[in-house]
Every structure is written in C-alpha cells, then in structure tokens.
Write a protein that binds this ligand. Structure first.
Ligand code: FES
Ligand SMILES: [Fe+2]
Length: 340
C-alpha cells in the first residue's frame, strides 16, 4: 500500500534517546533507541517469542531485554540471550532497519536492505550554506492518508482560500499552474506577475511595491515535498527570476511518513536566503508556519473523512493535473515493487 524502497523520517534526532520509543512507519511497528555511542537503532517492535512489543521491555546497556520472559537482543536485532537456555535458536532475530541522521531527523530505510543508499535521502542544496538561515521546524500527526497531503503540496492554488491571512491573497486565485515531471517526482509551479506581496511575506521582502512571485510546489517519491517561494520586484521574473539581487527565497521542506492508511506523521522546516542568524525571525517563522499548517490539517482531515463517506463521484479540475500525475506514478511504483 506504500512505497517500501525508500527512506522515511521515523523521528526527530531529539526524540531518539536512551528510552525505548515505539513508532509505526508504513504500517510496520518499530522500536527506536540510541546506543551509548550515539547511534540510532531501529528494530522490528515484536519479540520473536510471543510478539510482545520490544518497546515494552527495558534497555540494558545497548541491548533490549524483552519485558515478558527476558530474551535479549543486540542493536543488530540478533538475540544474544534466552533465559534458561544455553543454545539460542538461529532464527531468533528481529529485523533491523538501516538508519541515518540528517537535517536533525532520523531516517529509516523500509525496503530491501541491499538497496539502502543514504545518497538517496532527500538532498538539500543549501543545508550547509552559511548565507542561508533555517528555522527549527516542527511535526504533527494528521488523521488522513498521505496522498491527501501530497495532493495539497502539489496544489499552489489552495493558499488563496486556506491561507488567506498568511501565504495567500487574491492574486493566487486565477494564474494558471504549470506541471513539470522529473524522474524524482512532479512539480506544479507558476509565476504570478505584478501582484501584491501576500501577508506572511510583507515584512520580509527587501523592496517596496508589487512583486513577481514564484510558487514552486514539488513532491518527490515517496512523499517528500520541496516548496519554494520567490519574491522579486515586478518585471524581474522573466530575466533573472530567483537570481535577482533582491530576490527573497523561502524554501519549505516537508517530509511525510505514512503511519497507516488513516494517519500520517508530518515533519517540516524552512530555509531562507536572508538574515541567517536572526533567531527571533526564525522563531516568528516557526509560529507562522505552524499556524498555517494547522489550517491545512483541518482541511486535510475533513477531506479524508469526506472521501471515506463518499456517496457521489468526485470531479477533477485543471488545477489537479500535477497531483493526478503524481498519484499515477506512485501506483506504478507500487505495482513495480509488487512484481519480483
Ligand atoms: S515474549 Fe519476549 S521473551 Fe517471551
Ligand atoms: Fe497549505
């Protein structure tokens, strides 16, 4: 039901500690902890004996002791001790999921271990650029299928109605949206010309008057979005675009992890090409983004319920092209994974 050969965010770095933590990623229950040396460990959360979640056991040094009959597992998932038995059954091991810490997040590989390549984790071009700032970001649980969120993140038009007080304004209502496809995913984008700056960005732009605004909404497989907003003085879109010296660029990274068909974990942070060390600004942006994403959550959960109760056909509009294409490609990938 979900793409398996992919890296997903399982938790933030801060959430993986010396305390056993249970998470569910694409329907698979995982126990997370950190070794004394600082490595994040992700194991199948079910003892081989009676399937008690290992997360209900105890961390002893870098091993987990099952909370039911005391079987012990090391960080590779191998059982190293069975109380009352000298010989450990060779099949006594739980699955270990490869992990990588990047961008303050712990990523787990959910597919065939031989295919796990950390270079395939979402690449952020400006991650180490000192001229760019980053806010802390956040996370939330959304009671909807992941594809409603990826639909939303391929839909620049919704800001005109859902985020009227922040990201959107009337200028966002009617400009046609372009769709571009790459091997990594799908992008919906448009330049809006000679439009007022939307409320959220008004205090941030470094020029006065109207602007040309780019909305770049890109979702990559399995469910990771790169949303770029560019504001330049009116007329600059054509020649220089984001390279204009006064361009204000804000990038939003959105990493969605399906829990199951009705629940998704959503992690995000933003980067910007201005005032990299302004902590108050980072904080302000965190608050504004959190409020805006709460607006999305209300809509997305209601859409999920709406489709669960669906009694009449839905219709698709011109603005839906990118999302429909992305959904088609996801289906093809699922089919390819299902055929050995
Ligand atoms: S259920 Fe884990 S040791 Fe029995
Ligand atoms: Fe939104």
């Amino acid at each position: 039901m979900f793409i398996q050969n992919a890296w997903y965010v399982a938790a933030t770095d801060a959430e993986v500690t010396r305390k056993l933590q249970a998470v569910t990623v694409i329907g698979e229950r995982i126990v997370l902890y950190r070794t004394r040396a600082g490595e994040a460990i992700a194991l199948e959360d079910a003892c081989v004996h009676r399937k008690l979640p290992l997360s209900m056991g105890r961390l002893r040094d870098d091993t987990i002791e099952c909370g039911y009959h005391g079987m012990v597992y090391d960080g590779s998932g191998r059982c190293t001790h069975v109380p009352g038995m000298d010989r450990i059954p060779t099949s006594a091991r739980v699955r270990r999921y490869p992990t990588v810490s990047r961008y303050g997040l712990v990523w787990v590989w959910m597919g065939d271990e031989a295919k796990a390549n950390p270079d395939e984790i979402f690449q952020i071009a400006e991650a180490d650029n000192p001229a760019w700032g980053r806010n802390a970001g956040g996370s939330m649980t959304v009671a909807c299928h992941v594809l409603y969120i990826t639909d939303n993140l391929l839909d620049p038009s919704h800001v005109a109605w859902v985020h009227q007080s922040s990201f959107g304004n009337d200028a966002c209502a009617d400009t046609p949206i372009q769709t571009t496809e790459a091997a990594s995913g799908v992008t919906a984008w448009r330049w809006m010309r000679n439009v007022p700056v939307a409320p959220f960005y008004q205090s941030l732009v470094r020029f006065t008057g109207h602007c040309d605004r780019l909305q770049h909404y890109e979702v990559r497989y399995p469910s990771h979005a790169f949303i770029r907003a560019v504001f330049v003085p009116t007329g600059a879109a054509e020649q220089e675009g984001a390279n204009h010296p006064l361009a204000m660029i804000m990038d939003s990274y959105n990493f969605m992890t399906p829990v199951d068909a009705d629940t998704t974990r959503y992690y995000w942070f933003q980067t910007r090409n201005f005032e990299p060390h302004n902590a108050a600004l980072s904080e302000e942006m965190d608050v504004a983004v959190r409020n805006a994403f709460a607006e999305d959550r209300v809509v997305l959960e209601a859409v999920h319920r709406g489709f669960k109760d669906q009694r009449t056909p839905k219709i698709d509009l011109a603005i839906d092209r990118a999302q429909l294409l992305f959904r088609r490609r996801v289906k093809e990938r699922l089919a390819a994974e299902a055929t050995p």
